[in-house]
Design a binder for this molecule. Sequence first.
Ligand SMILES: CC(=O)N[C@@H](CCC[C@H](N)C(=O)O)C(=O)O
Length: 373
Amino acid sequence: MNEQQLINIRRDLHQIPELGFEEFKTQQYLKDTIADMPQDFLSIEEWETGLLVWVDGYEGEKTIGYRTDIDGLPIDEQTTYSFASRHEGSMHACGHDFHMTIALGILDHFAASQPKDNLLFIFQPAEEGPGGAKPMLAAEAFQRVKPDEIYALHIAPEYPVGTIATRPGLLFANTSELFIDFYGKGGHAARPHTANDMVVAASHFVTQLQTIVARNVNPLDSAVVTVGKITGGTKQNIIAGKARLEGTIRTLSMESMTQVKERIRHLTAGVETGFECKAEIDWGANYCQVYNDEELTRSFMEFSEQRDDIMLVECREAMTGEDFGYFLDEIPGVMFWLGVDTPYGLHDARIEPDERAIFTAVSHMVDYLSKNQ
Ligand SMILES: CC(=O)N[C@@H](CCC[C@H](N)C(=O)O)C(=O)O
């Protein structure tokens, strides 16, 4: 594939973002694109809305996996693109259109030029939620072709194009979603004494949540508790009988995750008592940390450092979550950041990553995966 073809693919995919396990058009687009490649060494299997694409190696003594996520986010796009999302309310705002294009670019190379090792290209649904990696790993279809080592990347807005950033060991945090419903008693805005206001209860709770990171978690073991959404009530002059908080927890250790959840349970019980209401907690999807294999990561970093067109950064760990962590929990491998140089962060409706990063990643991974040939 030449550079223009890669850009066209990225722009096509950008227009059809779909949420987790609803990636039907995306799956069809991937299948159609792969069907245009030489087929001699390829076999393709569908898993839910994802794909597993096997490339037969000429020696085939081991199998190397390369994983991309394929889902979009529920965001109203605000870019300046002429090829903006055609799916109202959905957007590729976390770079999965880049990730897929890069995977297709690498696959296209090896479909035409048989690799020494077998390669498995994993097009995984639902990274943003509810999490496709865990069920995919457990699936018989995956276990049959399970690779011996595995790689993945994530775009990084803050680094210039040409940058690869990673580190041996912990790269991304443990995550848990957080949903809490508060149930009280609605009423007339002018008669608060006859009602039980869940906007007030939920507001107190959000303030109390801030004490967990400030006062409970060891300051040397970082954690984040973010409430990203609050809903409650129906009208300005009606007291809300119900309020809902939606958020996420991030920790660098499982011990802190257990501790944070325990504190949330206690604080919730306190609000139930203090405000005479009922609360229900749902932890949603939980992702395990992304932990890079130390030896493979050092070897990948050494390889990257030798390249004139790559600026290698040994970065700090991040509080981002990624269900690629489940693959790394079973298979040694490496995840890395790819610089795409945009002032807007991941999950920002205005993000416009620099497309030249696609060529950097394809050529780097093709060379890396060819290094033992
Ligand atoms: C790379 C990235 O942005 N990943 C997401 C993963 C979502 C995790 C889960 N749905 C949660 O919100 O806890 C992230 O938000 O870090």
